[in-house]
Every structure is written in C-alpha cells, then in structure tokens.
Design a protein around this ligand. Structure first.
Ligand code: ADP
Ligand code: MG
Length: 399
C-alpha cells in the first residue's frame, strides 16, 4: 500500500515529496495524473494500488474546484485520510478548503523540511483518527523509552551527550525522537542544536497542549537532522511555574508519541530530576575524570537506590577521559560500584561543535569522542543489542 498519494503533474514537487519522505517517513508515494479528478472518487480509487492511503496530496497544478469536490467526498467517506491541498493560499480558497475537509493548504514553494514536518503530522492525525475508529487492539499503544541524562555536577558533558544521543538516535528512528531540556533555568539544548524555538516547555505544560498530545507536538521545534526538541524556557524565572507533576505528565505524553524521549537535566537531584527518574526507563549517568565528579556519582547512586528511583536501564559514561588524569577506569568503576559502558576522551572537537551548535554525530567525524558517543547510541539500538548479547558491559580501555 502507498502511504502517500499525490495527484499532480508537477515533477519538481513530486520530487520534493519524495525527498521529504525519504529516510524520515516510512512508506512510499504513488502519483496520479490530475486527469483522474475529472472522473471523481471512484476513478481515483480504481487507480490506487491496495488500501486507502494515509495522506492524499492534491496539487500543485490541479483545478481547485475538482480538487475540493474530491476532498468533500473523501472527507465524508474516508475521514481517516489526511487531505493536503497544494496551491497559493488565497483567503477565499482556504475557507473553501476548510469546508471541504482539507487539513492544510500549502504553497507550492514550501521548503522540503517544512513539508516533511507537515506530512509527519498528517500521518499522525490519520493514525489517531484510525485508532478512534478501529478495534480496541489498535489503541493499545506502545510506549517509547524515556532516557534521562544525569549527573550530580555541572559542566561534565550532559548536554553534549544528550544532544548527540538524540541526533544519533534520530538516524535509527527518524522523526521518532524528541529531546527535552529540563535544565529549566540555564538549559542550552537550543544553542547546542542551533535552534531558535518559537515555543518552550512553558507552553507545553500549560494550556491545551497538556490535555492533548497532538497539540503538544505543535509546540515542539523540528531539527533538520530529523528530530524534535522541546527547549527550556526563555527566562530562568519561568521555571518557577513548572512543577514536578507537570514534568511527569509531559514525559508520559511524549512517550506515547515518540520512540525515544531524551531528557537533558540540571545538575543535582532537584524535584524535576526526581520526577524524570520516576518516569525514566533508562538513566545515562555521566561523570568526569575527577574525584569530585566520581564521588558525586557514587553518592547519587546510593541515594537513588534508597529512594528506589534507579531506572531499569543503566548506562554509565566516563567523559573527559584522559590518561594523564592520574585516575584509571578501574578506579572509577570501583568507586561508583558499577562498570563504565562508554568512554569519551577529552577532545578538541567537542567544545568546537558545542560552540557551532552542530553535534558531532550530525556529521561523519570518526575521532575517539564520536566513537564513544556512538557506542552509547548503539546501546539503544535493538539490532545492536540482539547481536551483542551479554557484551553490554565489555571492558573499556583508555587509548
Ligand atoms: N569529552 C569532552 N572533551 C572536551 N570538551 C568537552 C567534552 N565533553 C563536553 N565538553 C565541553 O564541555 C562544556 C560543558 O559541557 P556540557 O555538555 O554543557 O556540560 P553539562 O551539560 O553537564 O553542564 C561544553 O563546552 C562541551 O563542549
Ligand atoms: Mg547542560
């Protein structure tokens, strides 16, 4: 079955749709000539291979009257299909399109990235309408993993690791990853990803987004690597209005929509961190190669064990690793009482990528720091886990 059907004769636009779908959205595209519109919905259906599509794109280059006629019939007979009209959005046309049940009117010169986001939303809308109509089994949703990136200290690389993990995971699961900046006062996920978010967590936890996960998605910022971000509030003062229960609800909502929810946190064990740990399926524990950082992590583990707040998945990362630090990996492991899973050496590339706002895993750099980060990403890849059973805590060696 084709997930997307486009009725257009404009080859360039067809190419843009293919580009938007490729790699990021699953499913393929079937293109029909605008002539089918003259024959009405039955003719359109005769041309479709298999079951109805999820998204039907009308235009560019179709006669609006014919397109809207078809849309009206589809809207009544197949309300689960998301309809998109591609045309110059004159106010009168937009109004008629709305009456005909068109979900979106987009300009023919829409940017491919924007088109991808739009198609993704159209698919989600279609899926949730089908869920509403279908048998109960379809509504049993699979929940995504909530991965908390934690450390008792600041400046040890949490944000660097969280942003790279999110970018790395988006290669495994395009548009199925969201990164949430819960360093509410001084979060720098937006700057680490070169984003200028229109909305922040503030809007996501207050108002309509808190009641409806689809609305919540509209408050996220899309990153060109194929992931979503929910950035920290614009001013530190706003964080006073975000409670632990807001965080709990937010993470639960996101886990119903995304395969991976990566949470960057503030240093320490504040209420937002504890609320995150309560929901998290995985903890990524970051420590530097210095005594305060290692002791801090050891204390964190014992406090959290007592509170029974250690998430099931445990992933320890030794950052700023340096043979000249006077500490060995063995020393670190015996102090924190668990093996180290990934080592990221002190690197010259990472501060540079932080300053540029382009995580190192977005490119193809193959230095030791990216290898360490990649190793962390692999731990969340189902195929990799299956092929390396029992090797999850392989001994690491500093080079
Ligand atoms: N392995 C590393 N080598 C060198 N610099 C690093 C390394 N990891 C992180 N950094 C740099 O350290 C700084 C602080 O990192 P950041 O991720 O913001 O820490 P945190 O979020 O824990 O406060 C950033 O400029 C980052 O580029
Ligand atoms: Mg940070």
């Amino acid at each position: 079955m084709s997930r997307f059907v486009a009725i257009t004769a404009v080859r360039d636009f067809e190419g843009n749709i293919r580009e938007a779908i490729m790699g990021a959205l699953h499913g393929d595209l079937q293109t029909l000539s605008p002539e089918v519109l003259a024959g009405g919905p039955e003719d359109v259906f005769k041309q479709l291979s298999g079951a109805p599509p999820e998204v039907l794109i009308l235009g560019p280059g179709v006669t609006p009257d014919n397109a809207l006629k078809l849309a009206t019939v589809f809207d009544l007979q197949y309300p689960e299909i998301s309809l998109i009209l591609v045309a110059e959005p004159a106010p009168e046309l937009v109004l008629r399109a709305m009456h005909a049940g068109i979900r979106d009117v987009v300009r023919p010169d829409i940017d491919v990235n924007d088109l991808r986001v739009l198609l993704e939303r159209a698919c989600l809308a279609s899926a949730s309408r089908r869920r509403g109509m279908g048998p109960a089994a379809e509504s049993a949703q699979e929940r995504g993993r909530i991965i908390a990136v934690m450390s008792p200290k600041g400046g040890v690389g949490k944000t660097t690791i969280a942003t790279n993990l999110a970018v790395g995971l988006s290669k495994l699961a395009p548009m199925s990853v969201v990164i949430v900046d819960l360093d509410l006062q001084f979060g720098d996920v937006a700057s680490g990803l070169l984003l200028e978010p229109e909305h922040s967590i503030t809007e996501a936890v207050h108002g309509p987004a808190a009641q409806d996960s689809m609305v919540l998605k509209a408050f996220l910022t899309v990153h060109p690597a194929g992931l979503y971000a929910l950035c920290a509030p614009k001013t530190p003062a706003e964080s006073d209005y975000i409670t632990a229960s807001h965080v709990t609800r937010l993470l639960n909502q996101l886990a119903t929509e995304f395969k991976y929810v990566v949470v960057d946190t503030a240093p320490g064990l504040g209420e937002h961190c504890l609320a995150t740990l309560e929901q998290a399926t995985d903890g990524v524990w970051v420590c530097g190669m210095d005594v305060p950082s290692i002791r801090g992590l050891s204390k964190t583990f014992s406090v959290l064990k007592e509170l029974q707040l250690v998430p099931q998945g445990r992933h320890t990362v030794l950052n700023f690793a340096d043979r000249k630090s006077g500490i060995s990996v063995d020393d670190v492991e015996s102090t924190i009482g668990v093996p180290i899973d990934a080592v990221i050496p002190r690197s010259r590339t990472l501060p540079f990528t932080t300053n540029r706002g382009i995580p190192v895993l977005q490119g193809n750099t193959r230095d030791a720091a990216s290898k360490g980060l990649k190793r962390l990403v692999d731990r969340f890849d189902a195929d990799w886990i299956a092929s390396s059973q029992n090797k999850l805590h392989r001994r690491v060696v500093l080079t």
